[in-house]
Design a protein around this ligand. Sequence first.
Ligand code: 3MF
Ligand code: MG
Length: 343
Amino acid sequence: MSRFKYSVGPWNVHEGADAYGPATRDTISFEEKIIKFKDIGFDAIQFHDDDAVPNMNSLTEKEIIEEAKKVKALLDKYELKAEFVAPRLWMDPHTVDGGFTSNSSEDREFAMWRAYRSINIANTLGCEKIVLWLAREGTLCYESKSPVQATKWLIEAINGMLTYDKNIKILIETKPNEPIDRSVCPTMGHAMAISAASIDSSRVGGLLESAHAILAGLDPASEIGFAMAMGKLWGVHLNDQNGMKFDQDKSFGVENLRQAFNQMKVLMENNYGANGEYIGLDVKVMRTEKQDGSYRHLENSLKIAKALEAKAEKFDCGFQEKCVAERDYEALEMYVMELLMNG
Ligand code: 3MF
Ligand code: MG
């Protein structure tokens, strides 16, 4: 039995297309996905605004809420919760140059329209969390944007959301690059500073994704620890990543088991989940996988997460303290390796 509740997004089961090649698997319907998610052992679903309400740009505010109610009924039917709603500000023609920090005022307005509609959808789905993955908030051409102005626009946008709804919580999902070159808000340190600069810091926190930290050259466990020290780690996307290249969203722990262990350990030691936070697994199956393997990365990630939870449970704190007191870090390191290597 795990101490954690786990969540997943519909995008984590996908058709296998990448930047250089077409789909390799067929599309699976939303309902079929969530039935399987439940079956695998997930407790909650993560949503982009248009995962919940497709084609939302052409719907009225009232129609958007009506559509979201149908999704809520589906979640209730399968006894699943909604964890968060994230405005998808990277697919639309209005966000070619970014959303909240676009150089076009019309596009910035569109981004706010989507953010407010995301809040309405979250309220309808019964969740209080809005995730901002700031995909295109940054530069491709450095001189095209002022880093000062962009940061101020981002804070203004967050203030707008905090004002629009008095209960909503905003989680900034930091990422240093991809699809843009240089992000306005690349790390947890940046997210915490933006929180502090907002009109209600108690409602602005962070979501750490392992792969995103690795892309920034940082250790995910340290990023988790930093946000937890501020009391502001309200979401995680555990996965793995082989070095500083394109975002891979590999199964949790498959590249660096010790690093994965330390993420689990820091979450457990600091009581992550005590306020209802979920462990999200933002993983993608390999392109080579056949149709009937569409969920294997999720099953594997969950299995690895739970196995690492058991390892962290077994961690001998007395021995650690002894090693620390004696400054015998070679012994401590070998102890960790043996813990991980021995069944
Ligand atoms: C990209 C991501 C995103 C976010 C998602 C929810 C598509 O690297 O991690 O997945 O997690 O948009 O915030
Ligand atoms: Mg993510």
